[in-house]
Design a protein around this ligand. Sequence first.
Ligand code: SF4
Length: 224
Amino acid sequence: MAQRPASKSRRTRQTDADAPVPVPRSLSALKAEAADCRRCPLYRNATQTVFGEGPARAAVMFVGEQPGDQEDLAGRPFVGPAGKLFDKALAESGIERERVYVTNAVKHFKNEPRGKRRLHKKPNTSEIDACRWWLDREFALIKPRLTVALGATAARAVLGRNVTISKERGKPLPLDNGGTAFITVHPSFLLRMPDPEVRRREYARFVADLRQIAEQVTNNRRAA
Ligand code: SF4
């Protein structure tokens, strides 16, 4: 198990995701394997597996929830409206997207067809835990020093337990592989806010969280 804080829940949960994770040959080999994944039912209703992307030695890994409609069609993570907001926030916080690895906790788009539209559906716990098979292998290969969980689904995947974002947001959480996790909101949470003033305020908080990450990366580089 590459990422998860030492905790009581770790000792009590025994799934195949707890088995030692063999280090895959490369990200491209892992991506090719994931393309045929049938570990949970979500592949049935999606176009393709949307795997993570970014440098194989990235110091920072961002983990989102799952691909959305546009990501599902493009086969790339964070390219839809939430991805555009994420890019803007990264740029404002001084983080270059090309230097970080971006992935999702769940790699198929869970949706419910409604006429010509496909409505987003939140992945459940068993789907998140099934897809951790792939996330664990991304961790094993990349070994990020910082892992940023965007929202509750990502936090569950990274920490292996349910998390209340408001309680644990912005705190460095040590992981058992020596890395550190940070939790913040998912950019789609900001897009769903109906009140423009509240949305502006929450966006500023999100950028402040990312600045904290950028600062941590700089401190790690100085210490290395
Ligand atoms: S969501 Fe994850 S575990 Fe489920 S089929 Fe897709 S890649 Fe496999």
